[in-house]
Design a protein. Structure first.
Length: 557
């Protein structure tokens, strides 16, 4: 049976009864010919706040040209973005993860409300990427996602910089290691123009993961934002949207369990962000695919770490692109028998086809050969134990230490922990605990880059551990455990911790524990006085009422 490319817009626009709808379209310049073609939404997240999304309107124009060239009528609309690099370390950061749900909701509502036949989602800053793909999975209309691209690296005194270096320079300045002049010079050099942060932080992690998932064409997301090819790719994206529409290929045909496992393998092989756990759990839920947090650990154990990328490695996302991009990683995984090669992608080819077509740059040093991986396992691990009965996420990439035993330094807000680091009150052997920053407790599960950057800049990155029921930026590195569940605000064991308690991370045993008896933990939890909610109305209060555990993806649906 042939798929009707106007399967929705016919209901909206055809016949005498729909004259009122058509007159509104005419008012903004659409013609009879336009309205006789399939309607394709072009959703983006342009906002005059951030380089991450600053090229979206330009890319949208090229996507629209591609849709028109292929016989469709593009309809541009935009949604919000909250920029982590700006909001980090403030109350504003609590809006970041909440924005993922709002992006997905708003795109869903525009497409549903106007019976669009399909859409293209253009993403950039961290939460816009999963937000667009969550909307794709919900709507299940022919669609694909295009990432606006990575920023180029900055340069200072022969060193290649990303925004990570600015956060670490803040720590170095507070520790008296650099002066205000050098901090300002790094600040001015680190981010040279359009694009999302340049390491394998959350934006690039999710952009590459979604190439592996198959909802973005392999290689399209890899191209940096300032590269001249980005506009060509945007045009091709518009044409491809029409191919998907004519073929009637819905996202849930692509977002399968095996495809999600491919995406997880891509995250592990590149040492990607801990946030990938939250976002892939959320996408799986929207697509109706059963996925648990422990499956990330199963895949990480068997997947070698291959890409030497910042924040813990040597290279940036544009350098990975120059080396051959994510297709090279996919080829490595295919050769190792770690990729489900028969999974379909939006190009109409399988992920195995895309991997076999990889073009590796001779002599490149970014992506290691299978014979000499950076590590035999992936970049993340899932831990359990008496402090995290429902699990938590540890970042392994960038260090080899397997066990850390430290004395608890407990803080109920991120700001208090930052002040302690800045004031020199955190010492080697301390185990920093930041709680009441989870999905409900924050609310919004803030990232802790302000704190982790300060620790690295102060030279404490290898001698201090940090755990939180909040999140970490993809730019964070060191001995860190996040997404501790259940969170403190719902009575999780992290709420029982006191200064001086002995906390142990054991990566080999996949354990996070405090050296207390079950009876003592239970006794303490009965006496815990939880802080009053910081928000009792508005979007953050509504989110706190609805949001699930981090171990389920912190979703609200």
């Amino acid at each position: 049976m042939t798929f009707d490319p106007r399967h929705q817009s016919r209901v909206l626009l055809d016949g005498a009864d729909r004259a009122a709808a058509r007159t509104y379209f005419r008012a903004v310049g659409f013609t009879d010919e336009d309205l006789a073609r399939p309607l394709v939404g072009v959703a983006h997240c342009w906002i005059e706040l951030t380089p991450c999304n600053s090229n979206h309107r330009k890319l949208a124009e090229k996507v629209k040209e591609g849709v028109r060239a292929a016989g469709g009528t593009p309809i541009e609309f935009n949604t919000i973005s909250v920029t982590d690099g700006i909001a980090m370390g403030t109350e504003g950061m609590k809006a970041s993860l909440v924005s993922r749900e709002t992006i997905a909701d708003s795109v869903e509502l525009v497409v549903r409300g106007h019976l669009l036949d399909g859409f293209v989602g253009i993403s950039g800053c961290d939460k816009t990427i999963p937000g667009m793909v969550m909307a794709m999975a919900r709507l299940n209309l022919p669609s694909l996602m295009l990432y606006g691209g990575s920023i180029l690296y900055g340069e200072y005194r022969g060193r290649r910089l990303t925004v990570q270096d600015v956060f670490e320079a803040i720590g170095a300045h507070n520790a008296g290691k650099i002066d205000a002049t050098e901090l300002h010079a790094i600040e001015c050099a680190a981010c040279p123009g359009d694009g999302a942060c340049g390491g394998q932080f959350t934006a690039n992690t999710m952009a590459t993961a979604f190439e592996m998932l198959g909802v973005s064409p392999m290689g399209f997301n890899d191209v940096p934002a300032p590269d001249a090819r980005k506009e060509e790719i945007a045009f091709a994206t518009g044409k491809l949207a029409m191919d998907l529409l004519r073929g009637g290929v819905p996202p849930r045909k692509i977002i399968t369990k095996k495809a999600i496992e491919n995406a997880i393998a891509g995250v592990m092989a590149t040492g990607g962000s801990t946030n990938a756990v939250l976002h892939l759990l959320a996408v799986a839920r929207e697509a109706g695919v059963k996925l648990t947090i422990d499956e990330f650990d199963r895949i990480s154990r068997r997947t070698p770490l291959l890409a030497d990328l910042k924040p813990w490695g040597a290279y940036t996302a544009p350098e990975m692109y120059a080396a051959g991009g994510m297709a090279v990683v996919a080829k490595r995984l295919l050769d190792a028998g770690l990729l489900h090669g028969s999974e379909l992608t939006v190009t109409g080819r399988t992920i195995g086809d895309e991997a076999r077509a990889a073009r590796e740059t001779p002599g490149q040093k970014v992506i290691r050969p299978l014979a000499s991986p950076i590590a035999a396992h992936g970049g993340l691990a899932i831990l359990h134990g008496n402090l995290a009965p429902d699990g938590c996420v540890a970042k392994l990439a960038g260090h080899t230490q397997e066990v850390f035993r430290g004395r608890a330094r407990v803080f109920d807000r991120e700001e208090d922990a930052f002040v302690a680091v800045k004031g020199g009150r955190i010492k080697a052997g301390d185990f920093i605990v930041i709680r009441y920053e989870g999905p409900k407790g924050g609310p919004g599960m803030r990232e802790m880059l302000h704190v982790t950057g300060a620790l690295q800049g102060a030279g404490l990155g290898s001698s201090v551990a940090l755990m939180t029921d909040g999140r970490f930026s993809g730019a964070s590195h060191g001995f860190m455990v996040g997404h501790v569940a259940p969170e403190a605000a719902v009575g999780g064991p992290i709420a029982a911790l006191r200064n001086g308690d002995t906390i142990v991370i054991d990566i080999t045993k996949r354990k996070l524990e405090v050296e207390l008896t079950p009876a003592e933990l239970t006794k303490r939890l009965k006496t815990v006085k939880r802080p009053k909610p910081r928000y009792t109305w508005g979007a953050l209060a509504k989110y706190a009422r609805l949001v699930s555990s981090a171990s389920d993806g912190a979703v609200t649906g």
